[in-house]
Each structure stands twice: as C-alpha cells, then as structure tokens.
Design a protein around this ligand. Structure first.
Ligand code: CA
Length: 229
C-alpha cells in the first residue's frame, strides 16, 4: 500500500518540487493550493501524512491543522508544518494545535524528506519503509518480494497487499470488513468471504511443512498476524 501524502502549498513551484521528490520516495501525492481545498482533499483522500504550509490563502495553515485535529478521521494523521524563518512563536502555536513536526523555509529537500520519514516511522512503523520485517517474514515493497526465514514466498497481488497491510499492525485483529476496505478499497463490492479465500492462499504460501502459522484466526472477529512467528 503506497502511503498517501497531502501537500498543502500555494507556491506552485515548491508544490511541484515536493510532489516530484515525494513520488520518487515512493509516496502517492495530492496537492492542495489553499486551506479550503486542503480540508476537502483530506476528507476525500484520507492522507497518511499532511505537509502543511503556514501561510495559505482562504484558510490559514494553523486553522487547517486545528480543524483536521477536530475530525475523528484525522485526529491521528501526522502533520508536518512548513513555516517561514523567524516565526518561532507561530511554530510553538502550530505544535500546540497538534502539528507533529515543523520545517523552516527555505529548507533542503533531503532534510524535509528525512523528517517526513521520521514522522512516518514514529506514527506508523510499517508504512515508511521499503522493507518490513515481522518475525521470520520479510517484505520488500520495491522488489515486490516476500521471504520467510530466507525462503522465497510467491504471492499473488491481493495476497501481497493483504500481508503488507497486516504487517503494518502486528498482533492487531482485523475484521473481514476492515481488510476489505484496506486491501480492496471501500468503493469496491466484494463479499466478506473473499477475504477468507485470500487468507487461505496467503497461509498456504507462507506455511510450508512444520512451520507455525503466523496468521491467527479469531473466531467471529477476523484475522491477525502475529510477530512471534
Ligand atoms: Ca504559502
């Protein structure tokens, strides 16, 4: 699953440069050019991180931050604010309003990308990395490769996305509906039983011989991926 970054920036050239560099890092990027657009885009796109300029037309950055934090859906979305030099007081206000980090303009692109990676890692450990490890299982999102204890595991695209998603939250129990929303998308109609079929395939591919099954079936609740295996 590609992490989605919402870039809220009214300076066109900077917005384009941010999009280009973030896409190169493997993020999916949406641009909003003012505060109002940002609030709509956040509602529609469910970003995994918001990069938010302080000085914005229509609705100011700090107000966007405050309103996002007031919404149940966006209470926990990481927000990195971009502020101009010398706005120390505003920066502190930004952090008070619920921003997770801030970067002072003008900034070096590499520094900003490093800060974004750090925020992502802190908030959703599995999301920011190209490689994930969970017990014996490793996933390489760039090479599209899965291994268990060094052995190559061949997965179809749906099983790959399923494993990738569950590995982001080791031990957590997901209902079939939650897995459908996350892996197939909430706008696609798929029967809940489809999840069982793909979990079955994933298990078959992961477990060979005497290996313990890392996927736990929780009766009437759903599935979890355990870390100990
Ligand atoms: Ca601006």
């Amino acid at each position: 699953m590609t992490p989605h970054v919402l870039v809220v920036e009214d300076e066109g050239t900077l917005a384009v440069a941010l999009k280009y560099n973030l896409e190169k890092e493997g993020y999916r990027v949406t641009i909003a050019e003012d505060g109002e657009e940002a609030l709509i885009a956040a509602e529609e796109g469910q970003p995994d991180l918001v990069l938010l300029d302080w000085m914005l037309p229509k609705v100011a950055g700090i107000e966007v931050c405050r309103r996002l934090r007031a919404r149940a859906d966006h209470r926990n979305v990481p927000i990195v604010m971009l502020t101009a030099r010398g706005e120390e007081a505003e920066r502190i206000r930004g952090l008070d309003t619920g921003a997770d980090d801030y970067v002072v303009k003008p900034f070096a692109m590499q520094e900003l990308l490093a800060r974004i990676r750090a925020v992502m890692r802190r908030i959703r450990p599995g999301l920011a990395e190209n490689k994930m490890q969970c017990g014996e299982i490793s996933v390489d999102r760039v090479a599209y490769r899965v291994r268990r204890a060094g052995r190559e595991v061949h997965l179809g695209p749906t099983e790959f996305r399923l494993l990738d998603y569950m590995m982001q939250y080791p031990g957590r129990v997901f209902s079939r509906e939650q897995l459908l929303d996350a892996v197939w998308g909430s706008d696609v109609y798929v029967e809940a039983r489809t999840v069982d079929v793909h979990i079955g395939r994933l298990r078959k591919a992961l477990n060979v011989g005497e290996e313990a099954d890392p996927i736990r079936t929780v009766r009437s609740a759903g599935y979890a991926l355990d870390t100990e295996n």
